[in-house]
Design a protein around this ligand. Sequence first.
Ligand code: NAP
Length: 483
Amino acid sequence: MVSRVIPVDPFDLVLFGATGDLARRKILPGLFHRFVVGQMPQEARIIGTARSDMDREAFVDLTRTSLLEFSPVALDRGELLESFLDKIDYVRVDAAGTDGWNALAGALRPDTVRAFYLSVSPALFGPIASRLKDHGIATRDSRIVVEKPFGHDLASAKALNADLRQSFDEHQIYRIDHYLGKETVQNLMALRFANSLWEPLWNSTHVDHVQITVAESLGVEGRGEYYDQSGAMRDMVQNHLMQLLCLTAMEPPSKFTSDSVRDEKVKIIEALEPVAQSDIVRGQYRAQGAAGSYRDHAGNPRSRTESFVAIKVNIGNWRWAGTPFYLRTGKKLRARASEIAIVFRDPPHMIFPKMEGRRGNALIIRLQPDEGITLRNTIKEPGPGGFRLAEVSLDMTFADALDQPAEPQDAYERLIMDVIRGDQTLFMRGDEVEAAWAWADPLISGWDEAGLVPAPYDPGGSGPEDALMLLHRDGRRWREVEG
Ligand code: NAP
């Protein structure tokens, strides 16, 4: 299948934090890739800004080095690399001070789409937004993109929203959750709303439960200090797993427009029932051989921050009452793998002999690795000697099924082009983020106030024993996810 690329309008993209880790590893390579595939018009420009005192040449050199290091295509595309670098400029700006703002205003073209990408600490979101407005740099059509984390709790998220809305309207604000830029996550919407097959089964009459797993094999080495301030609940559940939950559970929107989709997501978050502490399992990985423990990596021998969390969530609405959603995510687990498993109820009356270990029908949507779907079916075990059942899978890996182009798109590329197109569907709306924090806050404060210590677990496994019990006690079990 040939991928069709529709060029976007000419734009000036101002990248705040252009010398930082995220800009160098993801944003600049993502932009370069869009240029390589022909989506970026010739007139597009990228203006890097940071406090570092460097001229255009020095920033172009830094961009070249970053692309050669982090872009999978830069080495083979030397000629295109140089034309891409022609689009790059640099203006030294102190985001929290007065330096550089007039120069930045002078570097932008009138009548061109303006996008301001804030790849900087959230403490700078408000100061940058207000300076963009005060210097007349932000036009009515400008877009502002903000990175995660969007708040640490409900109060800080509200404060960030209030700061941004002082200078920009909601339709101009793009809050990134890069999970929404992943192909398979978007495919979840296509799977649900472009097929008639699933919708009649997509409810508590037919679905026994849903499992959402985002497992990582690495620990928090190198960023333990930062992670220790957040933990799995803030770093993964409140945003990424919540988005997966919403897309799986939401009602079909009436239109594929940003507000129709986001309205339905908000309704799901608001329908989440309060979670009892007995429905939450938190864990912290132990040391293994020479590899340190979570507490070693966090540099905090008394840390109570969780590197693993599993939660049973009930959605109090007509569609899902009686069908729990089990969420789990953690570091140092057996494999790096993410999936959503829709596990269907057993037939109401089974006429065949009991099959030991039968797990029943399930639709598994794999986000990584090998994006695709698997449908688990029960069949007759082939051969004579009685009627025994066996389970087999209908397996589809999207890359094989679609003969995908050799250069897959990173989540960031898709999202940045959506910003230029002015499409907010894959970005979180302000009320959505606040609703997610309003749900997460009492859970976090509940275990903080109770002084609960996360259960230790061995690296390379499935997390703490209690996480298995969370399902066992309901007569269910987690799927073994494969890396
Ligand atoms: P970083 O490596 O520390 O880079 C920060 C950037 O901000 C640098 O370019 C720095 O340049 C600039 N900066 C700092 N203070 C400034 C000021 N007062 N005025 C102007 N520029 C200033 O951070 P990062 O890892 O790239 O992360 C950036 C944002 O993305 C953060 O919000 C982070 O939470 C988020 N994020 C990062 C990742 C990741 O993988 N790195 C993933 C998800 C989200 P100067 O020092 O030269 O000013």
